[in-house]
Design a protein around this ligand. Structure first.
Ligand SMILES: *Cc1c(COP(=O)(O)O)cnc(C)c1O
Length: 433
């Protein structure tokens, strides 16, 4: 595999773009090496600037759930682009999108579109604060809710990848209003809520975490959050930017059977275009401007191209629920295949998976929170990453990210991936023990 064009592009990019990338994890800093510059993608495959082909396990970090350049989505974007790329005035398409989401996601009476997951989470927290008249929020270590100031306390994803503990530029005043608690630790939540009686506006949580690798909620953890939020009049926010429309048509709420007060969306909801959304119970959402005085706005919010890409994607997911069964089956097949190979190798490992979210941790202990995710053998993951990359499989370039399957992925693709795990095991793991 040669990556001469990518190497040249990366050198050139660093002259005009900080670190050569527009989002930190893309820089390969933790895995090392040169990021691969992409040229096109189709179905389950990515093609880089040197013409190398990769089986894609990132799916653009989630959005490409139906596969890349999915024909109905591309056709719809082309059709709507000809009508104008933005009006700055309302369109019927925005209503259709809102109605579709309300029909799919539980506990969403009203929904507001924004342009990213960050904006969605930031706005949901502002709304929770405005609604409750309280300042503090609880978030969980290793959960990522976008890059708004409030959330940059022990956030997972890129911050974990780059080992950034404290973010310069985030004021102490802001950080002091964010209480960060170990994921899956209900006792710590109960303690924090008791210590800050009537001060907590919201608890925001990734119902299935994907930003410290894939980490599942412990039995009764989400139910416990629901209970304490109800008792203490705290707004429970499910950050479903990853899990929404991925774990089920109704997201984690539907799949795990727990109700949130507010829900944030992103990734899949835009079908690959920049979209986010936050929605929830009418009594809370009514506080958003222009109905209420919690201000929130966006020049390109509800952008017609973003709406039609998202609408077309969601509509297909709604009309073909078998897609979720197929994604689950593929993820299970992948997990079982890797499990068999790694068990044979003797290397300590844990595979966490739910639906089409999956990750392999090289760990002796279960991985249920950020400390355990951080204690994994990360150099070994990095070795795996580069082995896979050079053999045409594109995994997330960080041990702290979930893998996302897309429905274009074939069983032949998965078999190839499993056989590469075998090769990797023979080449590296036997020596690593
Ligand atoms: C990606 C992500 C976000 C941020 O979304 P952006 O569109 O990158 O701003 C927020 N929450 C979760 C759970 C995410 O995975």
């Amino acid at each position: 595999m040669n990556i001469i064009s990518s190497e040249k592009l990366f050198l050139r990019a660093q002259h005009s773009i900080p670190g050569g990338v527009n989002s930190p994890v893309r820089a390969f800093k933790s895995v090392g090496g040169t990021p691969v510059f992409m040229e096109k993608a189709r179905g389950s495959y990515l093609y880089d600037a040197d013409g190398n082909k990769y089986i894609d396990y990132i799916s653009s970090w989630g959005p490409m759930i139906l596969g890349h350049a999915h024909k109905p989505v591309i056709k719809a974007i082309q059709k709507y682009a000809a009508y104008s790329t933005s009006f700055g005035a309302p369109t019927e398409l925005e209503i259709k999108m809102a109605e579709l989401i309300i029909g799919m996601a539980p506990n969403v009476d009203l929904i507001r579109m924004v342009s990213s997951g960050t904006e969605a989470c930031m706005s949901a927290v502002r709304l929770a604060r405005g609604y409750t008249g309280r300042n503090k929020i609880i978030k969980f270590e290793g959960n990522y809710h976008g890059h708004a100031d409030t959330f940059l306390v022990k956030a997972g994803s890129g911050m974990a990848t780059l080992n950034i503990q404290v973010v310069p530029g985030v004021t102490a005043g802001v950080s002091n209003d964010t209480l960060s608690i170990p994921y899956n630790n209900m006792a710590a939540v109960i303690h924090a809520v008791a210590q800050h009686k009537n001060e907590i506006a919201a608890i925001i949580v990734e119902p299935v975490a994907g930003n410290m690798g894939c980490v599942l909620p412990a039995p009764d953890f989400l139910e416990g959050l629901r209970k304490i939020c109800t008792e203490e009049n705290i707004v429970l926010i499910f950050d479903e930017v990853m899990t929404g429309f991925r774990l089920a048509a109704g997201g984690a709420q539907e799949r795990l059977g727990v109700d949130a007060d507010l829900v944030t969306f992103g990734k899949v909801i835009g079908g690959g275009l920049p979209v986010g959304a936050f929605g929830g119970k009418r009594s809370i959402m009514e506080h958003i401007a222009p109905l209420g005085s919690v201000y929130q706005a966006g020049t390109l919010s509800g952008n017609p191209l973003a709406m039609i890409a998202g609408y077309t994607t969601l509509k297909e997911l709604k009309n073909k629920p078998e897609i979720y069964l197929s994604l689950d089956a593929k993820a299970t097949y992948l997990r079982e295949g890797i499990d068999k190979v790694l068990t044979k190798s003797g290397v300590p490992f844990v595979i966490n998976q739910l639906g089409s979210m999956i990750s392999v941790h090289f760990s002796k202990q279960p991985v249920t929170n950020f400390d355990q995710a951080s204690a994994c053998n990360i150099p070994l993951f990095n070795k795996l990453f580069h082995f896979m990359l050079s053999n045409g499989v594109y995994l997330p370039p960080s041990a702290y990210e979930s893998w996302f399957l897309n429905d274009a992925l074939s069983y032949a693709d998965i078999d190839k991936t499993i056989s590469l795990f075998k090769k990797f095991s023979k080449q590296y793991l036997q020596n690593d023990l």
